[in-house]
Design a protein around this ligand. Structure first.
Ligand code: GLU
Length: 511
């Protein structure tokens, strides 16, 4: 790599919520910047006013913050190359568009939307697709086909016009993509893209190239859906005379559906029961909700880790990476060319790994608000003890409630299957005797309780399994949970005895 400072940008358009693929693009840009001691910029590409969605920019920023991908420069983040929102830069672009008209790389076109629609319809009826380009441009209304005096008259009369790129005919454009290797396009397949619209706004292509130049972007790392735009972008750098300093390009592979066919789309998540977006998104128009990784209980570190491995192959067996470790190991050469299949089970697995690594203290602090919301107030020490007991069974913080609710509230009902299997004649009497035994216990801890229980059972000649299973039903409502005596200890003496007598009353004689 040359000694040029590495500057990369994440350049989303605020047209809706950020897809997880977008977060991955941001992540790879971030990693590349960190790896090379460079800058990671956020640029909001909001020049298409018709596609603007309220709340989308805030959503993007909040998503990046949640993940810990904080830009070094960007709207609200400072930086010497601002503004970083294209709508606030709109005065910059017209001059650049005019420069290309003056140098012959672009021209003005006066065709109205209605005229263009008619050409499209006409072509379609004839089984062709209309393309505004070398083959058609001389038959359309533009500064190349019209006499100069007419062009002057039209502009003088305030006739609206767009500025189009004059695509060279039959030219090979080749680029060394840092992920894909050499890619070549022939301009025959390309049209004269609009660079500047009659509404006074640049299109994505012009604004993107001008801003990458002005912001001194060294590397463009973006999704493969932008690959078809690459020849135009390269020709724009040529047209402006910026080839020497233009960025290097890399196009990231798609994230595919779990079945491996087709791009993971925003509808897949709800259909298949996993999130596709970093945060919950409420569509402002339809009111529809789309689930988010954050609200589904994923740790941001786990989310980033699973995203990194969707497309990046570290070249070792290591799967768990902190953000800093990823930055050290990351390279574009190790990003794969083909699409990566998203595996929702693996996503859960990642979260589990991060959860298991956390201390009981840390996890307890996350469980307390869940309990609080259910009006359950217990000491942090109790929550820590419960967490320690059931952590192994949990993949998400939310699982602690499902897996351990009986530590915090008495069973409202008893699992029918367990009861019919275990609540046999003779059992209630034994449970009653154990209740009596426990009520005299002086040290309420698992080990002495177990000892007293065992001595009693041996003396009576009762079947351990039968009685213990019945006690478990009384205390937790079914055949679940960790060591029975540990449950007793954590519930405390009063609660244990209360649950035993409630169960005896509710379940009645054995059958
Ligand atoms: N605004 C484009 C997008 O929404 C940016 C593409 C690029 O990075 O060049 O993805």
């Amino acid at each position: 790599m040359s000694d040029r400072r590495v500057r990369v940008r994440f350049a989303p358009s605020p047209t809706g919520p950020l897809h997880m693929g977008g977060v991955r693009t941001a992540l790879f840009n971030y990693l590349f910047a960190r790896k090379h001691g460079g800058d990671f910029l956020l640029r909001i590409e909001d020049t298409d006013q018709t596609r603007y969605v309220p709340g989308a920019e805030e959503y993007i920023v909040e998503s990046l913050r949640w993940c810990g991908l904080v830009p070094d420069e960007g709207p609200g983040f400072g930086g010497a190359y601002g503004p970083y929102r294209q709508s606030e830069r709109k005065d910059i672009y017209a001059g650049y568009a005019r420069q290309l008209v003056a140098s012959g790389w672009a021209y003005t076109s006066f065709d109205t939307p209605a005229e263009l629609d008619a050409y499209r319809a006409e072509a379609e009826a004839a089984g062709r697709t209309f393309s505004y380009g070398p083959a058609t441009r001389m038959g359309l209304r533009n500064s190349l086909s019209l006499p100069a005096s007419e062009v002057q008259r039209l502009t003088g009369a305030g006739e609206p016009y767009a500025i189009r790129f004059k695509m060279p005919e039959d030219l090979d454009v080749t680029e060394e993509d840092l992920i894909r290797g050499s890619v070549t396009f022939n301009t025959r397949e390309l049209d004269d893209k609009v660079l500047f619209k009659s509404d006074g706004m640049p299109t994505y292509h012009l604004a993107n190239v001008v801003d990458d130049h002005l912001m001194e972007i060294s590397h463009v790392i973006r999704g493969e859906e932008w690959l078809p735009s690459l020849p135009l972008h390269i020709l724009l750098y040529r047209a402006f005379g910026w080839e020497e300093t233009r960025p290097r390009f890399s196009h990231l592979p798609l994230i595919l559906k779990p079945q491996g066919k087709g791009k993971l789309s925003k509808r897949d998540g709800d259909k298949m029961g996993f999130p596709v977006f970093p945060l919950l998104w409420k569509d402002p128009e339809t009111g529809e909700h789309y689930r988010g990784y954050r609200e589904d209980g994923y740790f941001p570190e786990a989310f980033l880790n699973l995203l990194a491995l969707l497309g990046w192959n570290p070249g070792t067996d290591q799967e768990i990476f902190t953000l800093a470790e990823m930055a050290t190991s990351f390279s574009l050469e190790r990003v794969v060319k083909s699409g990566s299949r998203f595996d929702p089970e693996k996503a859960r697995w990642f979260n589990r790994q991060y959860l298991q690594k956390k201390s009981a203290q840390e996890l307890a602090r996350l469980v307390v608000p869940i309990l609080y919301a259910k009006n359950i107030t217990v000491t942090l020490a109790t929550v820590v003890a419960v967490v320690e007991e059931i952590k192994e069974r949990c993949d998400f913080v939310g699982d602690f409630w499902e897996q351990g609710r009986y530590f915090f509230e008495a069973p409202a009902e008893y699992d029918e299957k367990a009861v019919s299997k275990r609540w046999k004649p003779g059992i209630p009497a034994a449970v009653e005797e154990i209740t009596g035994l426990f009520s005299t216990a002086t040290v309420w801890e698992a080990a002495p309780l177990k000892e007293e229980f065992s001595a009693f059972m041996n003396e009576k000649g009762y079947h351990f399994g039968d009685v213990m299973n019945a006690l478990r039903i009384c205390l937790v409502g079914g055949n679940v949970g960790p060591d029975l005596f540990r449950i007793c200890e954590l519930l405390g003496k009063a609660e244990t005895l209360a649950r035993l007598s409630t169960a005896l009353r509710k379940l009645g004689p054995g059958h």
